[in-house]
Each structure stands twice: as structure tokens, then as C-alpha cells.
Design a protein around this ligand. Structure first.
Ligand code: NAD
Length: 429
């Protein structure tokens, strides 16, 4: 048998796009424009390490499309980062901003590095170096970065400081995900996870299921998962399983508690990267299982919130017949092969760029607040977020219902249609 090609997120993003381009009869120029990022930057970042040596890190930024507004998207620090992953994620950001109808385009950045093995000073060096390489190519009216996997508010503040030093002024609208009190928005840390649950709540209504009659299993226990669990618990749902990456063993584990996980207890044994201490979890009565067990639980709801390419042709068969909804907290967690199976089984999918759009929506709110230098109360932020997510979900759901489309396809039809129209209206195609 031929060896299976390794996963490539950009190929997956293009496969998804091509399907929709065919479906809506997109002309060839618009297809060419949208299949590839408009601009991308690859560069070296030399950093003086704590021991006096210099390490050269590889950095990237892709601006996929900015027809609807400045490029917007996070910066990931990851040892396995690739330009194709960044390309795919920048494309998904374009669709995400269009799906929730905010005036921003799509961008993404990354650095090949592992913050687990870097001191704070070394990470600061990477952040400042990343901005020095891009200081002419990002900005409040062109491309606005944000935190993502293994980057935080502190990283954003170092980046902002470097940009403001180079440009000799204050530009709080350059970057989002800043610390509260330093231009950050209240509600930002909750935004993505809460956004997932706002759309989940609407999906449960659509399926006429009461949240308190449901259980859920999560992949990941980082920013997205923790806040999604918080709000899902408030709705009355029960989480029985979470999983996380174990840095020492270089593998993932699932943590099962049939009578429901205790969020605060789990948080207290979790490191800042979302890694749960397996020894302490076992002491607290959690069953510690191989990582993939999160997918095989007998629950109504699965919420993948770790990385791309986690539900694949190889493991999709392990999903229980009881599962009714998959809410994709992570970007690109389901491969097209797995997606076909999920679709055929009639599982209700809230696709990634709709489900996890709460982060960028709140980032947009942060940018608005930063630009006017006036900050809203947390309830106001979360109220506006709920309104945006609920209406984005409704638009996709109504289209899916009326045209008998799969939810992912319906979300794509709306998002690609809006971006294509903006390109046309600008006279680009
Ligand atoms: P995070 O770094 O805070 O947490 C990631 C979690 O996933 C950690 O608990 C880690 O241990 C776990 N993990 C990593 N590899 C794993 C594996 N192989 N198996 C099981 N668990 C694993 O990241 P986050 O901010 O929560 O983001 C998670 C996903 O959501 C990513 O795909 C990210 O791109 C996407 N996302 C995040 C945001 C945001 O605002 N944070 C917004 C939109 C999308």
C-alpha cells in the first residue's frame, strides 16, 4: 500500500475552499486570488540566549486577504510550526472575520520555537525580533496580530512596545490580546471559549436538547477549553473528560471523571501551557487514559480545542453513536476525510471558523476600544459578543436549513461570498 501523505493544513484549507468555489460558481480570477495569501513574509530572528550564544529562530507572517479590512490573526509559538500551517490559518481567519461580519481580513503568524524551553527574557527577544522584521508590514490599519497557541498578553505587550519604540508613538490598535489596563479588553480571555458555548447553546436549541441533559468531552485544557467549560457548566452541562499534552512524556493524556470534572480543581494542577499534572490528577480520582480517549467517550457533545488534524480518517470511527454535536473550538481539528464521515452520520457540526470566532470578535472590540481610548465594562463586552455570535450562528443555521446544506458548507458559502463580493466591489477581480 502506498505510504499515506503527511497532513498539510494548507491543502486541507484549499480543499475546503475549492469545494465551496465550485458550489457557488466562483470565477477563476477570484479563485486564484483567494486560494493563496496575498502577501507572506519569511524571516530569521537572531536572539542572544541567556548563556551568551545566539540562536536563529524562523518566523512567518501571512496576510491572506484584506479586502474587508486590515488583516487580523494570531501569532503561534510552536516547535512544529510550518509556513503551510500559517497559510491555512490565515485563510481560515479571512473566513472567520467574514462569517461574524466584522470589518477585518485574515492573517496569521508563527515562530518555530518551544516556549517550554525558553526563559522569559529569551521569549521577549523573539517577540521584539519578530516585530523588528515586520515593523513596516504590520500596523493598526494594515495588519493587527494577536495571541494564539503558546503566546500570551505579555508577548503582545513586548511586541507593542517594540513597535511603538520603532515608530515613536502610541499605537494601541496595533495588537490585541494586551493585558487589561494596558489597552486590553475585559472579557478577552473568556471570549473564544464563551463564544464556542454561545454557538453550542444555539445548536442545542436547534436540536431541541436541554443543556442540563448533556455531557461533553474536550480535547485540550488551555484558554479555549477552560472558558468553554466554565460557561457550559453555567448552562448546566456536565464535562466528563478533558485531555492535554504532557511535555515530559511527549504524548497526550485524557482525564476521565464520570461524575463530572471540577474545573477549579483541574486548573489548580495545570501549568501555564494547559498541561495537566497526571500524577496529581490520578490522586484526585481522575482516570488517566491515552490521549485519544477524549474522542471515544459516550457523550452528546465533543469539543476539540487543542490543535488542527485531530479527528482524522483513522480515528473518526471511534466517535460514539451518542454524539449529537461537535463544536470545533480549535482551528481545523477535523480532516476532510473525517468530516465526510461526520456529515454522513448526521452529527451537527459547528465549524471552527464560526465556533471559535469569539476570540477575533473580542479582539475587534479591543481594537475599537484601543483606538478610541475608552474601555467598556466586562458585561458590555460579553453581551456584544453574545449578540454577534448568536446572529452569525443564526445566519449559517438558516442557510443550512433552507438549502439543506451541511453547517460547514453553509458557513463557507456565507464567508467566501462576502469576501468575494468585497474583492469585486473594490475592482480587484
Ligand atoms: P492553549 O495553548 O492555551 O491550549 C492548548 C491546549 O491543548 C493545552 O491544554 C495543551 O496541553 C493541549 N494540547 C496540545 N496538543 C495536544 C494533543 N496532541 N492532545 C491533547 N491536547 C493537546 O491554546 P488555546 O488558545 O486554547 O487554543 C486551542 C486551539 O484553539 C488552537 O487550535 C487555536 O488556534 C484555536 N483558537 C484559539 C483562540 C484563542 O483565542 N485562544 C481563538 C481561536 C482559535
Amino acid at each position: 500500500m502506498a505510504k499515506k501523505a503527511s497532513f498539510n493544513a494548507f491543502e486541507m484549507a484549499r480543499t475546503q475552499f475549492d469545494k465551496i468555489a465550485d458550489m457557488i460558481g466562483l470565477d477563476s480570477a477570484t479563485r486564484d486570488l483567494l486560494r493563496t495569501p496575498m502577501r507572506e513574509y519569511h524571516f530569521n530572528i537572531p536572539v542572544r540566549m541567556d548563556d551568551g550564544s545566539v540562536t536563529v529562530f524562523r518566523g512567518f507572517r501571512c496576510q491572506h486577504n484584506d479586502a474587508r479590512g486590515p488583516a487580523k490573526g494570531g501569532i503561534r509559538f510552536h516547535p512544529q510550526e510550518t509556513i503551510d500551517t500559517v497559510r491555512a490559518l490565515s485563510m481560515w481567519m479571512t473566513w472567520k472575520c467574514a462569517a461574524v461580519d466584522i470589518p477585518l481580513g485574515g492573517g496569521k503568524g508563527g515562530v518555530i520555537c518551544d516556549p517550554h524551553n525558553l526563559s522569559a527574557r529569551e521569549q521577549e527577544g523573539i517577540c521584539r525580533g519578530w516585530v523588528r522584521q515586520l515593523s513596516q508590514n504590520i500596523g493598526p490599519v494594515s495588519d493587527i496580530p494577536a495571541p494564539d497557541v503558546m503566546t500570551s498578553a505579555q508577548h503582545m505587550l513586548w511586541m507593542l512596545d517594540e513597535f511603538e519604540t520603532i515608530h515613536a508613538g502610541h499605537y494601541p490598535g496595533l495588537i490585541t490580546g494586551k493585558p487589561v489596563g494596558m489597552g486590553g479588553s475585559l472579557g478577552r480571555k473568556q471570549a473564544t471559549g464563551y463564544g464556542v458555548v454561545y454557538t453550542l447553546r444555539e445548536a442545542l436549541k436547534e436540536l431541541d436538547i436541554q443543556p442540563e441533559n448533556t455531557t461533553a468531552s474536550f480535547q485540550g485544557f488551555g484558554n479555549v477549553s477552560q472558558y468553554a467549560i466554565e460557561l457550559y457548566h453555567q448552562l448546566g452541562g456536565k464535562v466528563i473528560c478533558v485531555s492535554s499534552w504532557d511535555q515530559d512524556d511527549q504524548t497526550s493524556y485524557a482525564f476521565l471523571k464520570k461524575d463530572g470534572v471540577d474545573l477549579e480543581q483541574l486548573r489548580s494542577i495545570t501549568d501555564r501551557f494547559g498541561g495537566i499534572d497526571k500524577g496529581k490528577a490520578a490522586d484526585l480520582g481522575y482516570e488517566v487514559l491515552p490521549g485519544k480517549a477524549w474522542l471515544e467517550q459516550d457523550v452528546e457533545i465533543l469539543i476539540p480545542s487543542a490543535l488542527e488534524n485531530q479527528i482524522s480518517g483513522d480515528n473518526v470511527g471511534g466517535i460514539s453513536d451518542r454524539v449529537k454535536i461537535i463544536a470545533e473550538g480549535a482551528n481545523g481539528p477535523s480532516t476532510p476525510e473525517a468530516d465526510e464521515v461526520i456529515h454522513k452520520r448526521g452529527i451537527f457540526v459547528i465549524p471552527d471558523f464560526l465556533a471559535n470566532a469569539g476570540g477575533v470578535t473580542c479582539s475587534y472590540f479591543e481594537q475599537v476600544q484601543s483606538n478610541m481610548n475608552y474601555f467598556w465594562e466586562k458585561d458590555e463586552v460579553l453581551g456584544k459578543l453574545d449578540t454577534k455570535m448568536t446572529s452569525a450562528f443564526a445566519a449559517v443555521n438558516v442557510l443550512a436549513r433552507n438549502k439543506k446544506l451541511y453547517m460547514r458548507d453553509a458557513a463557507y458559502v456565507i464567508a467566501v461570498g462576502r469576501v468575494a463580493q468585497a474583492c469585486k466591489d473594490r475592482g480587484w477581480v
